[in-house]
Design a protein around this ligand. Structure first.
Ligand code: DUR
Ligand code: ZN
Length: 137
C-alpha cells in the first residue's frame, strides 16, 4: 500500500518526466516514476532512436536508471502519456521488466489531468514467467 503523499509525488514526477521524452518519431511522450522501498523516486521517459527498434520505453528507462543508481527494491510505479480519455498501461515488455524486480508492485496509470487508476503488476501480468522459475526467490 503506497501512502497518499507518495502517490501524489509519483503522479507529479511522472508527469514532469513525460516532458523530457525524446520521441521525434512517434510523437508519443511517456513519463514514469518509480518508488523504491526506501522512499526515493526515480523517473524515466521514453528515448527513441532513428533505428526504431532501439527505442526504450519510459518505464524501462526508469528501472535501468534506478538499478544503475543502486536501487533494486521497489513498491510502486506511476506511468503517464498524452492520452486523455483512457488509462493506458505499460507495454508487455515493461511489465516483464518490472516483474524482474518484484511481484508486489502497485501500478498507477496517470492521465494528463493527474487523475489516476491504481492497478497492480500481478493484475497486469497474470500467469507470468518470473525469476522464481529460474530458482530466484
Ligand atoms: O509502455 C510503454 C509503451 C510505449 N512507450 C513509448 C515507446 C515509444 O517511444 C512510444 C510509442 O510506442 O511510446 C513507453 O514509453 N512505454
Ligand atoms: Zn514499454
Amino acid at each position: 500500500m503506497t501512502d497518499s503523499a507518495a502517490v501524489k509525488e509519483l503522479v507529479s514526477k511522472c508527469l514532469a518526466a513525460r516532458g523530457f521524452a525524446y520521441c521525434p518519431y512517434s510523437h508519443f511522450p511517456v513519463g514514469a516514476a518509480l518508488l523504491t522501498t526506501g522512499g526515493a523516486v526515480i523517473t524515466g521517459c521514453n528515448v527513441e532512436n532513428a533505428s526504431y527498434g532501439l527505442s526504450v520505453c519510459a518505464e524501462r528507462t526508469a528501472v535501468q536508471r534506478a538499478v544503475a543508481e543502486g536501487y533494486t527494491e521497489f513498491t510502486a510505479i506511476a506511468v503517464t502519456c498524452d492520452v486523455e480519455d483512457s488509462f493506458v498501461g505499460p507495454c508487455g515488455a515493461c511489465r516483464q521488466v518490472l516483474l524482474e524486480f518484484g511481484q508486489q508492485w502497485d501500478v498507477y496509470l496517470v492521465k494528463p489531468d493527474s487523475s489516476f487508476r491504481k492497478t497492480s503488476l500481478l493484475d497486469l501480468l497474470p500467469l507470468a514467467f518470473s525469476p522464481s522459475h529460474l530458482g530466484r526467490k
